[in-house]
Design a protein around this ligand. Structure first.
Ligand code: SF4
Length: 430
């Protein structure tokens, strides 16, 4: 038994209401159950209930045992003084208000349906990855789709909060924020952190001053990334391209006081990466992208579809990086540009969160709708979670579906928040 289950019973009024009485035998008539409150204060606010002959307006507080009221120290808390009904599973102690009057108490233990409770308990005790896996197929698709919508919106909101955090750090500068979010994404999982540190140490404002000169942008990127520091005292083995970048970077370092901003080469990871994803290649691609799109945010925010974005993102890196995965060693074949799935990943993790955050800041739904449109255009991601959902019969066709289903699984199924899930509620309702 949990308090959330009592919330559920009250919220959907799933208990026997015949001859409903308080523990002091006063008749109870529920006019309005109130609104579930997830902030501080009692659990349901703005309820209206007739107890005896009096109609009360106020809050309903829910506990497993009535004595929890004292244990939680509500007796000293002003925000609980508006409680008109104490809803409990078990009444083990009378509870008094500050003025000494009793708080009317209603017990649910004898009124709750036993088979529903058993169903709930077996879901909560289930060891399966998805506690409802045997009942999922029986739930109407409409409930599943509405849950998918709900969780997707939550995921977008959460991602936009991260963007807001960057925005705050950058004094509401959208261009700088877009650059940092994109840089982090360019590092993908393994090199997200050094890429982000690089972007923080090398502001877009500096790059914009050199936007017409790709060599200088590369010198700034590779220099601040640490690849032009002579860490191994092996300058004599460097090729002409790298030496030229180093020379350029030495000049730019003193111009922009970058001496303390240079990362160590050890911060960049190569382990288990395909050569096309090496940080050196990604840096070269990012440098070219910035060279061609210095007003990053305006470019991203005005994108109409995924195709047009993929076109600008999949720029060809400079000639040297067409033939090298790392410095000095010529590759056997040509180094590819950013692949389709990497471009799609950038839309999901950079463009969409920026659009959602911008929509919220400007209170303009157009950008939110555009974010959703982009997700609906993209194919679904394939991973263990999406495969699991598909095996349960959930249709996952676009990135909208896959993003929603990942959120659903991670934040509801894994933590067994089945009472907050449309599917869980439907299973228990039946
Ligand atoms: S959260 Fe929903 S879908 Fe997930 S296991 Fe619980 S009831 Fe099933």
């Amino acid at each position: 038994m949990s308090e959330s289950y009592l919330h559920f019973l009250w919220q959907f009024q799933y208990f026997n209401k015949a001859n409903l009485q308080t523990t002091d035998n006063e008749l109870v008539e529920i006019i309005k159950i109130g609104r579930l409150n997830t902030d501080s204060g009692a659990d349901f606010q703005d309820a209206r209930i007739i107890i005896g002959d009096v109609e009360w307006a106020g809050a309903v507080e829910v506990h497993l045992k009535s004595s929890d009221w004292d244990i939680h120290k509500h007796q000293n808390d002003a925000s609980y003084q508006n409680v008109i009904l104490h809803l409990v599973w078990e009444n083990d102690k009378p509870i008094l208000r500050k003025d000494g009057t009793k708080i009317p108490t209603l017990t649910l233990r004898e009124r709750a349906d036993k088979s529903r409770l058993q169903k709930y308990q077996s879901m909560m005790e289930s060891k399966a990855e998805m506690p409802c896996q045997n009942q999922f197929q029986d739930v109407d698709d409409i409930k599943k789709l509405s849950m998918l919508d709900k969780v997707l919106m939550k995921r977008l909101e959460d991602k936009s909060v991260i963007v807001n955090h960057f925005l705050e750090e950058n004094n509401q500068d959208w261009e700088e924020t877009a650059y940092q979010v994109l840089a982090k994404n360019f590092g993908f999982k393994l090199n997200a952190e050094p890429f982000l540190n690089l972007a923080k140490n090398l502001p877009l404002k500096i790059l914009q001053k050199h936007r017409d000169n790709l060599s200088q942008i590369e010198a700034l990127f590779f220099g601040v990334a640490g690849f032009l520091s002579n860490e191994n005292n092996d300058l004599e083995t460097w090729d002409e391209y790298r030496l030229n970048l180093r020379k350029e970077f030495q000049f730019l370092t003193s111009k922009y006081q970058l001496q303390d901003k240079i990362l160590g080469q050890h911060e960049w990871k190569y382990l288990r990466l395909r050569p096309a994803n090496f940080p050196t290649v990604r840096l070269a691609q990012f440098a070219r992208f910035i060279h061609e799109n210095a007003n990053l945010f305006s470019v991203l925010i005005h994108l109409e579809n995924v195709k047009s974005f993929a076109k600008i993102l999949k720029v060809k890196q400079s000639d040297y990086w067409i033939e090298h995965y790392v410095f000095h060693r010529k590759s056997e074949g040509k180094v590819p540009t950013l692949g389709d799935s990497s471009a799609e990943n950038v839309v999901i993790n950079t463009v969409v969160p920026l659009l959602v955050s911008y929509a919220n800041q400007k209170d303009n739904r157009e950008y939110l709708e555009k974010a959703i449109r982009l997700l609906e255009e993209l194919p679904a991601e394939q991973n263990n979670i999406t495969k699991h959902w598909q095996s349960m019969g959930l249709q996952i066709k676009t990135a909208f579906d896959s993003q929603g289903s990942i959120e659903w699984f991670n934040h509801f199924c894994l933590s067994k928040k089945c009472l907050s899930c449309n599917v869980g509620v439907e299973i228990l309702r039946k």
